[in-house]
Design a protein around this ligand. Structure first.
Ligand SMILES: [Zn+2]
Ligand SMILES: [Zn+2]
Length: 347
């Protein structure tokens, strides 16, 4: 690919990301989220003080020199990598959910036999599949996120997401390429597995409501509060809703540097898995002015070295104890073997 075609390809990918209704960063979903964020913040202030605080709104959008910080500029670089290069890498390296679904469907057919196809209620089947696949995405996201916070090797890649010292919607893209690949496998396993079960149950290709291939329930979340999770808008859900949906404030707590908030609120949209597994932290009503970032972030966490090379080096270093053990065992095994070889034969 020459330079001209590379530039055209990159611009095409960026254009799709900004304009497709189902993309993670469409201008449409950004516009609706911003409107909802401003409306909700104005309403929260009005309810508490009887007036709307326009300075607080300005701070949420432009405060802390949000858009010119090193942290945000690193997010921009990772956004470009993620949008332009990662789709091809993930497609090339990650097994597709479709392949997993076919395998699971075939396996269930072999184990339990085929079920005769239902000749009715295709709308209900589609609705049911939409909900099941959304739940499969949510549990896949939670398990992936939990492992990335608990397994040191995976944490070193995921830590990059937590070294952001301010949150903007671009922080959603602040992920190491290897982190994205692991996530791709996890989703293929969970969504593909659920699709395979649905295909076997209904004996037909899974149909669900989607926009640009993304589940409509996820798109609704994205067009309402999804972008606000990475923002300065303190919008907490409490009570019933706080136990059901992860509000912007829930995810901002996830980014907090306060050790009391470590490993909390690991889900994407729904709070149910965090509630079920004891990792849910309901945000307070009043903005606690959280400080964001991660410990041991390295000398230059927002440089190209800090965002791409350092996570790989740190992840490799976490393998040292395991490698040391293997080396030691290998040396011990070799010395036992050589002793046996060099031992004089009897007789
Ligand atoms: Zn995390
Ligand atoms: Zn985040």
């Amino acid at each position: 690919m020459d330079l001209n075609s590379a530039v055209r390809f990159s611009l095409h990918r960026l254009n799709l990301e900004f304009t497709s209704p189902g993309s993670i960063f469409s201008i449409w979903s950004l516009a609706t989220s911003l409107s909802i964020g401003c409306g909700a913040l104005a309403w929260l202030h009005w309810r508490r003080r009887g007036r709307t605080n326009f300075r607080a709104l300005g701070r949420a959008i432009f405060g802390q020199n949000l858009w010119l910080r090193e942290s945000t500029l690193a997010d921009v670089q990772l956004f470009i990598i993620s949008v332009v290069f990662m789709p091809a890498v993930v497609t090339g390296l990650v097994v597709s959910a479709h392949t997993v679904a076919s395998s699971v469907h075939g396996l269930l057919n072999n184990l339990f036999g085929a079920i005769s196809p239902l000749d009715c209620c295709s709308l209900w089947m589609k609705l049911f599949s939409t909900v099941v696949l959304f739940l499969a995405y949510e549990i896949g996201y939670w398990v992936d996120h939990y492992l990335k916070h608990r397994v040191p090797f995976l944490w070193e890649f995921h830590k990059l997401h937590h070294t952001a010292d301010v949150l903007t919607p671009l922080t959603n893209f602040r992920n190491h390429p290897i982190d994205n690949i692991v996530f791709g496998y996890m989703l293929a396993f969970f969504i593909g597995g659920a699709s395979g079960v649905l295909e076997w149950l209904f004996n037909q290709q899974t149909q669900s409501f989607a926009v640009d291939g993304k589940n409509i329930l996820f798109i609704i979340f994205l067009w309402t509060i999804g972008h606000l999770q990475h923002s300065q808008f303190w919008i907490p859900f409490r009570g019933f809703w706080g136990n059901l949906v992860l509000s912007p404030a829930h995810h901002q707590i996830h980014h907090s540097r306060d050790p009391a908030h470590y490993n909390r609120n690991l889900g994407s949209v729904l709070a149910i898995w965090d509630r079920a597994f004891g990792t849910l932290e309901i945000p307070p009503q009043k903005n606690p002015r959280l400080v964001y970032g991660a410990d041991n972030a390295g000398a230059a966490p927002h440089s190209i070295y800090g965002i791409l090379a350092n996570p790989m080096i740190q992840a490799a270093l976490t393998l040292r104890p395991a490698l040391g053990y293997l080396t030691k065992s290998g040396a011990e095994a070799w010395s036992a073997l050589s002793a046996r070889i060099s031992r004089p034969r009897n007789g």
